[in-house]
Design a protein around this ligand. Structure first.
Ligand code: NAD
Ligand code: UGA
Length: 463
């Protein structure tokens, strides 16, 4: 079966870039990305490519090439569903904030709404592709809704989880380590799998497209994120041991990473992992294990989250302790707010939690991030509901020029590994700071010996 018309529900960090690349690589397929959020769709349609709703290196070029040719962004969800033979569901699946499973389980209400809408609108057979990250066996629930509320048309459900990382989304989509497609192992299911294999086959080598049954595919996505986050928590746990023993976590990471069985990637100690997915997906895994009565499995994976929370807390507490046990009224400069470099995404960023602790200690935080807006930073703090908005506004100042944050500061906290921080005039920064001038490098990006030479007192995670 050859696909000519694709619809994607959800124009977010995954739906937008993924569909842009599918459209660029398949000029013969019309790809329509729809969303309820009018502002977001307007930004995807903005003639100035600098105004796309998400920042990803190289994305402007891909969108610029395909948009208007065979890539469209729209709020007309029903129309796009009706026209498509294949529908990707790429909506958000956050952690539940209410009821049973609160704080652990994935909230599938957006998924269910999509399924019901697809069932209502569809008048011909369709392939439904789960692009969102979902608990294992969700396809069964989707199928149930489609088959019981639809217009007697046939639906095939596929699982096609996305493995892109933010900041490198375009690169990851252009040359994925693998594409994973799960489907029912029936003639119709295999035919649907084949149709999606052909879409990716336009640019991904066939041997890098893995096909499995539905449940393996759904569970592989949660497993991949759990393993990745577990590596970060493992190296972060050792960063604390390094600090008390005189070992250097970067040297340890390099030494173990040379073992081909361990490998060098994802061994960078940090102030803690953030991002919209690691925590949410592990909590979900823990919840699923518990719901099957597998308490030992649940406890094992929960430890990854516990260690990550510990790392964020101990970074902030170390700042307070080093600054003579008080940061009250002191100016603390934050370099970085995004959860990693090259993205404007701040979801679950360690910076938010470090700021929250320091604000409790009455610090005056002045933050600079090259891509994150003031509105976003205040929203992130308000979301925690630790204090009211006016207190957050009083405690946090957001600036557009890094030197404004750094001048007169008692201490600097590096919370995101933006490359530009390395190139700053550190002598000038030192000259204009309060003394002793403290730097807390939560990303191990600055040149510690050079900074110490200038006169800074430098703390680097894991050293
Ligand atoms: P997002 O919040 O950026 O985007 C989701 C979009 O879906 C929003 O714009 C929202 O308005 C829209 N939406 C929700 N319900 C809708 C409906 N009924 N009709 C139309 N639009 C609707 O989320 P995201 O970061 O793109 O993540 C989407 C999924 O992909 C999640 O399950 C996530 O776990 C997974 N994922 C994310 C990443 C990542 O890097 N962000 C990577 C891999 C997988
Ligand atoms: C992660 C996965 O890498 C993707 O494969 C997956 O598709 C995605 O989650 C998802 O499902 O959402 P992402 O969160 O965008 O991607 O970014 P990562 O590069 O994985 O970084 C996550 C966090 O871990 C960041 O805060 C980063 O700074 C931190 N990290 C990463 C470390 O502290 N040390 C490392 O060595 C690597």
């Amino acid at each position: 079966m050859k696909i000519k018309n694709i619809c994607c529900i959800g124009a977010g960090y995954v739906g937008g870039p993924t569909m842009a690349v599918i459209a660029q690589k398949n000029p013969g397929i019309k790809v329509t990305v729809v969303d309820l959020n009018e502002k977001r769709i307007a930004a995807w349609n903005d003639s100035n490519l600098d105004n796309l709703p998400i920042y990803e290196p190289g994305l402007d070029k891909v969108v610029g090439e395909a948009r208007g040719r065979n890539l469209f962004f729209s709020t007309e969800v029903d129309k796009a569903i009706d026209e498509a033979e294949m529908i990707f569901i790429s909506v958000n699946t956050p952690t539940k904030t209410y009821g049973v499973g609160k704080g652990m389980a994935a909230d599938l209400k957006y998924i269910e709404l999509c399924a019901r809408q697809i069932a209502r609108v569809s008048t011909n057979d369709k392939i439904i592709v789960e692009k969102s990250t979902l608990p294992v066996r969700t396809a069964q629930a989707i199928k149930n809704i489609l088959d019981n509320t639809g217009n007697d048309v046939n639906f095939q459900i596929l699982s096609n989880p996305e493995f892109l990382a933010e900041g490198t989304a375009v690169e990851d989509l252009m040359a994925p380590d693998r594409v994973l497609i799960g489907g029912e192992q029936t003639p119709e299911g295999l035919e649907a799998i084949d149709a999606l294999v052909n879409v990716y086959g336009s640019w991904v080598a066939r041997e890098n497209i893995i096909t499995t049954n539905l449940w393996s595919s759904e569970l592989s996505k949660l497993t991949a994120n759990a393993f990745l986050a577990q590596r970060v928590s493992s190296i972060n746990s050792l960063s604390e041991l390094c600090e008390v023993t005189g070992a250097d976590v970067n040297e340890v990471a390099n030494a173990i990473g040379k073992d081909s069985r361990i490998g060098p990637k994802f061994l960078k100690a940090s102030v803690g992992f953030g991002g919209s997915c690691f925590q949410k997906d592990i909590l979900n895994l823990v919840y699923i294990a518990k719901s099957y009565g597998l308490d030992a499995v649940a406890d094992y994976w929960e430890q990854v989250i516990i260690m990550n929370d510990h790392q964020k807390h101990r970074f902030a507490k170390n700042m307070v302790k080093t600054l003579y046990n008080t940061v009250s009224g002191k100016k603390i400069a934050f370099l970085g707010w995004a959860f990693k470099k090259d993205t404007n995404d701040t979801r679950e960023s360690a910076a938010i939690y470090v700021a929250d602790i320091l604000l409790d200690e009455q610090a005056n935080i002045v933050a600079y991030d090259p891509k994150v807006t003031a509105e976003q930073m205040y929203g992130d703090l308000d979301y925690l509901q630790t204090r009211d908005s006016s207190s957050n506004e009083k405690g946090l100042t957001v600036v557009k020029n890094p030197y404004e944050a750094l001048n007169d500061a008692h201490a600097i906290a590096v919370l995101t590994e933006w490359d530009e921080f390395k190139g700053y005039d550190w002598q000038k920064i030192y000259d204009n700071m309060q003394k002793p001038a403290f730097v807390f490098d939560g990303r191990s990006v600055l040149d510690k010996p050079a900074l110490e030479q200038i006169g800074f007192q430098v703390y680097v995670i894991g050293q």
